[in-house]
Write a protein that binds this ligand. Structure first.
Ligand code: FMN
Length: 150
């Protein structure tokens, strides 16, 4: 089975906990999960993925520089071969998140990847419910791949 690829920057303990929660949720299923930072992830990982969960902080009203670097490296190597790839997005933001969602959605249109659910924005003071949301996201995405519903 091709793995579910989880790509998220983790500049803080909170954001690392979010990524780990997504991975833990996905690992409740039988689908293999590959958890990487955006700087580790490359086009080969994407070409081999069954689906992707992207996670990013909002920085300066945009996705993290780490995730932007990932997209810049994989865009052309993946463009022709990954159309309709199922994707989900979660954003950790201090107060907003809108600019990040918009920026990732624009790239999804360019790559023709398919956002399979509304982006999740986790904003404000960190709350333990965020972890539950992330676990559910990981599990739902992995189940969706296994059931072939995307
Ligand atoms: C350089 C920098 C720029 C940021 N810009 C934004 C921003 O434009 N909008 C926003 O909502 N939060 C912004 N933040 C807050 C981050 O999204 C937040 O620190 C990050 O998600 C980590 O959250 P945590 O406190 O739960 O670890 C910024 C943080 C940094 C370090």
């Amino acid at each position: 089975m091709r793995p579910l690829l989880l790509i998220a920057n983790t500049p803080s303990d909170n954001t690392l906990a979010l990524r780990q929660a997504v991975a833990a949720g996905a690992k409740r299923t039988d689908l293999p999960v590959l958890e990487l930072s955006p700087f580790e992830a490359n086009a080969e990982h994407v070409l081999n993925a069954s689906a992707i969960i992207l996670g990013t902080t909002e920085n300066f009203g945009y996705m993290s520089g780490a995730l932007k670097d990932f997209f810049e490296r994989i865009y052309y190597p993946c463009l022709e071969q990954t159309q309709a790839l199922p994707v989900a997005l979660y954003v950790r933001a201090g107060t907003d998140g809108t600019g990040t969602v918009n920026s990732v959605e624009r790239i999804m249109i360019g790559l023709r990847w398919k956002l399979v659910q509304e982006p999740i924005v986790l904003k404000g003071a960190f709350r333990s419910e965020f972890l539950q949301t992330c676990e559910e996201l990981g599990e739902a995405m992995a189940e969706g791949v296994l059931l072939g519903i995307f």
